[in-house]
Ligand binder design. Structure first.
Ligand code: IMP
Ligand code: MG
Length: 179
């Protein structure tokens, strides 16, 4: 375990098993619908790549980059779009793939913005959910794990741009961000 980690919350095996389950569920519910899987950069890259690789139905992918965090551990409530989707989503069955929903501001902003583009449907698939921190109303359609109010890194999630490469999800030592 890396030295900035207090405790491993989700092992590679737990992540793999849960991602497989979500992939099976999406395969069933989206059969014949050719969903457009939207990866929210950068945090969901690992989850996204693993998830779509396990799916067997026809699908397409696109990427969007937004940020609601500076270098801190709390949401600013302000959402900034850094990169929009390449293609139109009108008439498509969109699945937004996110790493974690915390205050909910990011997803609430994003679903409103994308719904205005008239997709056939739009659903949210998040690996992690911290429901105790919710401030904005978000309907989570697919959820990997519910976690407590702790700052986690790894498997795509970062603190100040670091630790995304850890293969597991771990609780970051407080001393790392309370300096
Ligand atoms: P929200 O707008 O507060 O829901 O923030 C969601 C975004 O905050 C996520 O996409 C992450 O980038 C970031 N975030 C929230 N909690 C954590 C955490 O525990 N570790 C790393 N990033 C987090
Ligand atoms: Mg993010």
């Amino acid at each position: 375990m890396e030295e900035v980690i207090e405790k491993i919350l989700l092992t590679e095996k737990q992540l793999d098993e849960r991602v497989t389950e979500i992939a099976r569920q999406l395969d069933e519910e989206y059969a014949g619908k050719k969903p457009l899987m939207v990866c929210i950069l950068k945090g969901s890259v690992m989850f996204f790549a693993d998830l779509i690789r396990k799916m067997k139905i026809e699908l397409s992918i696109d990427f969007m980059s937004i940020s609601s965090y500076g270098n801190g551990v709390k949401s600013s409530g302000e959402v900034k779009m850094i990169k929009d989707l390449d293609r139109k989503i009108e008439g498509k069955n969109v699945i937004i793939v996110e790493d974690i929903i915390d205050s909910g501001y990011t997803m609430s902003y994003l679903t409103k913005m994308l719904s205005a583009r008239r997709p056939e449907s739009i659903k949210i698939c998040t690996l992690l959910d911290k429901p105790s921190r919710r401030e904005a109303d978000v309907k989570v359609d697919y959820r990997g794990f519910e976690i407590a109010d702790e700052f986690v890194v790894g498997y795509g999630l970062d603190y100040a741009g670091l630790y995304r490469n850890f293969p597991y999800i771990g609780i970051l030592k407080k001393e790392v961000y309370e300096k």
